[in-house]
Ligand binder design. Structure first.
Ligand SMILES: Cc1cc2nc3c(=O)[nH]c(=O)nc-3n(C[C@H](O)[C@H](O)[C@H](O)COP(=O)(O)OP(=O)(O)OC[C@H]3O[C@@H](n4cnc5c(N)ncnc54)[C@H](O)[C@@H]3O)c2cc1C
Length: 415
């Protein structure tokens, strides 16, 4: 390790990468590479879709969060060369060399090989995906005249969500509430249809029964149709085919949103390090990559044993791991003992439409409008940097968090 200014390269600027960079600022020559110019607080992407929050609240630019002690490079990492200690970034002529590497590139949508899914389904992981879905909803509403018979309106305004994990239920309740509001404003007849297709037996399988009951009640209240033990088998531009008990049914649909799974980033697929069967990087309890003392991996791409199992693949875990990685990078530089840590659940909060949420805190679950307020408060505290938290907290408190209706395209305020 060079005595002066070790080169610390952090790849990926999500929960794992950004929070590591924030804590390592000044520890050496720190560089963050990300394919986006902003962080994304994913738990509130649903509220961005509904207009309850704005992009600057949940997707602040790295430059606003990180001081001059961290160099930020925007570009997609094409290759990590572990033998030469350097990383190639697309559209960046020189490879970037490092002494210490932190890999936090996260996951990508897993379409599980379903025909048409990659081509026609909308993923839901980025600001651009939420914009695309919202525009698709407005366009579908704009095509429906008020005098269209209810059954035609219903099929023209059918939206399908693939997957009934937390993401699927949060998204479907939000979509249903937004559409219902638009129906009233536009005086449409009948009602919209929101389908959730889940191949497993139950909704939100990773959650406890108490919170699941609240979620199930909210789905009913938002009139979301849930089909369990049912698979999506084909998607086209305007249809979705599902299979239940060996019987296939095709629905007309204005959009299919895919929340059905995550797989590791292709950058990690190409990395020659020890991995699990699912392709996750095996890390030591210190979060160092096995057999690579100067490389750390965390978040959705790393398999870390000493954590509550339900934390796997969550922002909560990546956020907590970032603290440990930062401490251990400093220890490595100083020649000190590296640490390990056990990670626990920090509580769960699920958005359920535009007026309700469910929160699990201290072993107790509660739902309704109060839980929605609690969720906003909880998430304000988890946003990066004090400065950003204060700005966002003030904005939510003084300007409110009312959803932005799906107005006709010509009179949209800002879409
Ligand atoms: C819609 C949604 C809602 C969620 N809600 C919750 C929740 O309520 N609670 C919870 O705990 N977890 C939630 N999660 C999961 C959580 O977002 C992830 O577990 C967490 O983001 C993982 O952190 P990470 O740092 O591993 O990856 P990410 O946060 O995904 O960060 C990866 C970063 O790497 C960048 N990147 C990717 N590929 C490249 C490349 N080739 N070159 C350069 N940069 C690259 C990405 O742009 C991103 O900045 C949600 C996820 C989604 C999609």
């Amino acid at each position: 390790m060079p005595a002066a200014e070790p080169r610390i390269l952090i790849v990926g600027g999500g929960f794992g990468g950004l929070f590591t960079a924030l804590e390592l600022a000044g520890a050496g020559s720190v560089t963050l590479v990300s394919d986006e110019d902003h962080f994304l607080f994913t738990p509130m992407l649903y509220e961005y879709l509904s207009g309850e929050v704005e992009a600057w609240h949940i997707a602040p630019k790295y430059r606003e969060l990180l001081d001059e002690n961290v160099r930020v490079i925007q570009g997609a990492v094409a290759n990590i060369d572990l033998t030469q200690n350097r990383v190639t970034v697309e559209a960046y002529s020189e490879p970037i060399e490092y002494d210490i590497l932190v890999v936090a590139v996260g996951g990508v949508t897993n379409y599980a090989g379903v025909p048409g899914a990659e081509e026609f389904a909308i993923p839901f992981r980025k600001i651009a995906h939420a914009d695309l879905l919202r525009n698709r909803m407005v366009a579908a509403l704009d095509r429906v005249p008020p005098n269209l018979p209810p059954q035609d309106t219903r099929s023209a305004l059918t939206f399908t969500v693939a997957g009934a994990g937390a993401s699927g239920v949060e998204l479907s309740t939000k979509v249903a509430d937004l559409l219902r509001d638009a129906f009233e404003r536009r005086a449409l007849t009948g009602e919209p249809r929101v389908l959730v297709i889940e191949m497993g037996q139950k909704i939100v399988p990773g959650m406890g029964d108490a919170i699941r009951e609240i979620v199930a009640a909210a789905l009913t209240e938002s009139r979301v149709e849930v089909h369990t033990l049912t698979r999506v088998v084909r998607i086209t531009q305007d249809t979705v085919t599902v299979e239940h008990d060996g019987v296939r049914t095709e629905f007309e649909t204005a959009a299919v949103v895919w929340t059905g799974g995550v797989r590791v980033n292709p950058v990690v697929d190409r990395l020659a390090v020890e991995k699990t069967d699912r392709g996750l990087i095996l890390v030591e309890p210190t979060l160092q990559v096995r057999a690579h003392e100067n490389i750390f991996a965390l978040g959705d791409i790393a398999f870390f044993e000493d954590a509550t199992p339900t934390l796997a693949g969550t922002g909560q875990l990546a956020l907590q791991q970032a603290g440990l990685v930062a401490r251990n990078v400093r220890a490595l530089i100083d020649g000190a003992q590296l640490q390990t840590k056990h990670f626990e659940e920090m509580g769960e909060a699920v958005s359920l439409g535009t007026e309700r949420a469910a929160v699990l805190a201290g072993g107790k679950a509660f739902g309704g409008p109060l839980a929605r307020q609690a969720r906003f408060a909880l998430y304000t505290a988890r946003l990066p940097t004090w400065h950003h938290r204060l700005k966002v907290g003030a904005s939510w408190f003084f300007e409110g968090t009312t959803p932005r209706p799906l107005l006709p395209l010509g009179i949209q305020r800002d879409t």
